[in-house]
Design a binder for this molecule. Structure first.
Ligand code: FEO
Length: 397
């Protein structure tokens, strides 16, 4: 059965407790997720979004418990990535002539994914759809995080349906964010922002300013993943957090990411931490092992950092597989206004530090220096040198 947001609005989505990986293997979703779809029953009836394809039959069957499908007047597709549009084929088989409201880009994506000549109605910012007592107003939100994305504002109940914006990959029986789940909801919202929306922060900033400028009364912000923001203080908080996250976010933190073959590079990582703490005791220092820690958790630590140190032993004239992977992901997330340096141990050729430096620079990080290498295992003198390097690095921040 669906869950009531208001007298008119029912959640009809799917809680996916089993989801552990999203976007292929790009994003860990250790606490599952949900695909939120919303049914609005006014004088007219509108369905906002659907769910991922593997759950299409389940979705349609449960929707039938809420409504005779023939009574659905409009389908609103805010964003057509497969986790939201995946059940459309199954649904539209039963109601093939119902108009699908989406952006022009959204229509292109739906046609590209499903090859169907459905009854598309293209909408743009400011277009409205009268449902009776309530009106839907569409707000294009291109690149948050796909070109087709739009938000939908429902008057009367004053709900902003924000699709991926303000979402969290968080499976929960609870429909709303509340005191009990807030710490987990916030950490998942931050992980979501960092890993999905950070590359589009410029667009996020503009869209937040535009929405604030509309002075819409907001009783709820209902995303397409995770729980719904309802308490006024929570709505204010998540919008303020988005403003901060979108504005070259950083805390007083340095993250040291390393991989190690025989512990020498790990030893260097720990010595660097000692040096930073010696110079700046108030700075948070996080050590993350690229081959052991969750890659998306590492990225969140980078997101929070003002600077990072990345280290790998030299292997086969390059750096390790795990470091290569995390460097590529760091580059993709387009972090801004952060500093960096490289480090690593080596036996003979020793190219890794230079190559990591080049990759960090290419990813938009300002290099503090050319990095530090240690041949074979660091002895006491080398360890102290690495600590001193950590101090100099901290001082340069
Ligand atoms: Fe939740 Fe971009 O799909």
């Amino acid at each position: 059965m669906g869950k009531k947001l208001t007298d008119k609005v029912t959640w009809v989505g799917k809680i996916d407790w089993e989801l552990k990986r999203f976007h292929g293997d790009e994003l860990s979703t250790d606490v599952g997720s949900s695909y939120n779809a919303y049914l609005i029953k006014d004088e007219k009836t509108a369905l906002i979004d659907t769910v991922w394809g593997p759950y299409d039959r389940e979705f349609v069957a449960r929707l039938k418990e809420e409504i005779d499908l023939k009574d659905i007047d409009y389908v609103i597709m805010q964003h057509n990535e497969s986790d939201h549009s995946g059940a459309l084929l199954e649904l539209m088989r039963e109601i093939p002539n119902v108009p699908i409201y989406c952006t022009k880009k959204g229509e292109g994506i739906l046609r590209g994914l499903y090859h169907q000549d459905w009854n598309y109605v293209n909408v743009k910012t400011g277009d409205t759809l009268e449902l009776g007592e309530s009106t839907l107003t569409f707000v294009e939100a291109s690149m948050l995080h796909w070109p087709d994305t739009m938000f939908t504002y429902m008057s009367g109940d004053n709900i902003l349906f924000s699709n991926d914006g303000f979402g969290q990959h968080y499976a929960s029986e609870m429909l709303f964010a509340d005191v009990d789940n807030m710490p987990k909801v916030l950490s998942e919202a931050e992980k979501y922002y960092c890993n999905i929306l950070n590359p589009f922060s410029v667009f996020v900033k503009k869209k937040l300013a535009e929405i604030k400028g509309m002075n819409l009364p907001l009783n709820m912000v209902a995303p397409s993943h995770g729980v719904v923001w309802r308490r006024p203080e929570d709505i204010d908080m998540i919008i303020e957090l988005y403003e901060k996250w979108a504005d070259n976010y950083q805390e007083d933190q340095v993250t040291i990411i390393y991989d190690t073959m025989w512990q020498s590079t790990r030893h260097m990582a720990q010595a660097l931490a000692v040096g930073i703490e010696r110079k700046c005791p108030g700075t948070t220092v996080r050590l993350m092992n690229a081959s052991k820690d969750d890659k998306n958790d590492i990225l969140v630590e980078v997101f929070k950092s003002k600077a990072i140190l990345v280290g790998s032993p030299t292997i086969n004239n390059g750096y390790s597989y795990a470091i290569a992977g995390i460097l590529e992901m760091i580059k993709g997330l387009k972090f801004k206004n952060k500093k960096a340096a490289a480090f690593g141990s080596y036996g003979w050729s020793g190219e890794a530090t230079k190559m990591i430096s080049a990759h960090l620079e290419d990813a938009g990080f300002a290099l503090v220096n050319e990095g530090i290498r240690v041949q074979w295992a660091p002895d006491d003198e080398a360890t102290e040198n690495v600590r001193a390097f950590g101090e100099e690095f901290a001082e340069a921040l």
